[in-house]
Design a protein around this ligand. Sequence first.
Ligand code: FAD
Length: 377
Amino acid sequence: MEASVDVAVVGGGIVGLGIAWEAVRRGHSVTLIDPAPATGATRAAAGMIAPASELHYREEHLLELTMDSARRYPEFITSLAWTGIDPGYRNTGTLVLAVDGADRQALADLRTVQSAHGLDVEQISVREARRSEPMIGPAATGAFRAGEDHQLDPRKLAASLHSAVLARGTILAATASALERNGDRVIGVKLHDGGTVAARHTIVANGLAASELTHLPVQLPMRPVYGDILRLRVPTSLQPLLTHTVRGLVRGHAVYLVPRADGTVVLGATIREDGSNAVSAGGVYQLLRDAQQLVPAVAELELEEILCRARPGTPDNAPLLGGVPGVDGLLIATGFFRHGVLLTPAAAALCVDLLKGKPVPPGIERYRPDRFGKGQQ
Ligand SMILES: Cc1cc2nc3c(=O)[nH]c(=O)nc-3n(C[C@H](O)[C@H](O)[C@H](O)COP(=O)(O)OP(=O)(O)OC[C@H]3O[C@@H](n4cnc5c(N)ncnc54)[C@H](O)[C@@H]3O)c2cc1C
């Protein structure tokens, strides 16, 4: 077994990288284990930091955590400025558009829920929306502005986190196969190649694959929720195509366009549970069709990339976050589904607070990782 570190993090997606950085900057020695960091769901993510417009019916309980995390983002990013990699954080807000009457009604109903939770979402005229975004097309018949929603480029944030963790900790290009246990204490991680990493605290943050680790004391039932997403380059003559994130309902179908500082636009995303991680032609067709309803100039952009990745979902769409009662030295941080980028700063702060012995905040109890049952004792 290698010399012991304070913290071993399994998984170097945005969540594991974020936790590793938080642990490093708060004084811990850290080894992060991942054969291919930031190539899972993180690679596909649009990067919306969107507690307001991503609020979904029956997921209101997440709001406290999503708002807390969104508020943490500016400081989290500032802490990484020394890496020299700008994650493209923008706080220009989101414009949400409706096409037909049913779309308008659905968005008005959502706004009632958002306002009841104190979110800054206001109805504006389409003309006003067009004053901010002249490329909005004639199909839009209703508009809302969500001031609290921001965005960044998750690939750049992951690169910045990777470089920060590498500079002050260790990143092992290896696959974890099991938890090393000594009775009720987790004492590190066993690697696929036979090696081990000894650690006082082990954090399981490898997204969908978390349930594949052996010797887990809890069941982590994961659900892959596939998403197709496109990256389009805006020709110089059309730049900037958009300055806000523009999303909408187009005859019941949700679609979003997220402009990036590098002159590209992210267009997403489908939500499929059909078990296929291949890009769906029908999904891509639908995204392009609906995006053109909101912003017709989408048809003139250059198609740069089409990608499909699985969001790490859980049976109740809520994260698996925290320690396991009766088991020392272990934290779980997975199941972030549609919100992993948004929730990274809060999840990272929570994990490091917990390993420093702070109590579990009351609102977090419902995300206990043992809520689906015990695993291997
Ligand atoms: C199309 C799409 C759009 C999205 N848009 C947004 C958005 O706008 N905003 C938002 O907040 N979220 C968004 N999400 C969700 C977000 O991408 C995920 O919630 C987030 O990436 C989860 O991060 P993660 O680190 O838990 O998992 P992942 O990014 O999947 O990372 C898991 C990591 O674990 C590693 N790993 C796996 N097994 C092992 C092992 N045995 N040992 C070591 N390492 C291992 C993998 O190599 C991988 O790097 C989107 C997702 C998709 C698919």
